[in-house]
Design a protein around this ligand. Structure first.
Ligand code: T46
Length: 142
């Protein structure tokens, strides 16, 4: 199964411009607890962490950027350059963000409040925890 899960965000346009509406538990698969945005981005890559529980939806509102996602087994990437397409990032997914172009602005919707304890910021820790999780799931099936 692909790590790249996108959600279509259709515009409502009527000659005055475009409006996009996002509703928790309808447009996106969780209730929205927190909203933040990234702007004035430069050549420095960001991310390089995973979340133990947090799920998020990412929308590139302006410009473009490249997201790399990694579940500990495979790595996939997507270029976000359209505010009508959101990227859903599951928990236990390592993310790296690169190539911010054209005054990129990124909006993020999160299913919990900010909690630094939910971050896994070391890649080796992430690999260990994701393998442990896969083993636990396999044990449940046996
Ligand atoms: C993610 C990507 C897409 C807060 O105080 N509150 C917040 O809600 C957030 C998200 C961050 N912070 C603080 C923590 C750090 O001191 O802001 C600082 C920068 O955060 P960070 O280095 O984690 O930023 P990114 O761009 O690497 O990652 C962020 C999110 O943290 C992360 O969950 O998925 O954007």
């Amino acid at each position: 199964m692909s790590l790249i899960k996108t959600i279509s965000l259709p515009s409502i346009g009527d000659g005055r411009g475009e409006l996009v509406a996002i509703e928790g538990l309808k447009t996106i698969p969780f209730e929205i607890a927190r909203v933040y945005y990234l702007m004035q981005l430069n050549e420095h890559a960001r991310g390089f962490h995973a979340h133990k529980k947090l799920k998020q939806v990412v929308i590139c509102l302006h410009g473009s950027c490249r997201f790399v996602l990694d579940d500990g087994v495979k790595r996939e990437q997507i270029i976000l350059d359209n505010p009508n397409t959101a990227l859903f990032i599951e928990n236990m997914t390592w993310r790296e963000m690169y190539d911010f172009k054209n005054e990129c602005v990124i909006l993020v919707l999160a299913d919990t409040y900010y909690d630094e304890a939910d971050y896994i910021r070391d890649y080796d820790d992430f690999l260990r925890l994701s393998r442990q999780r896969i083993q636990e799931l396999a044990n449940e099936i046996d």
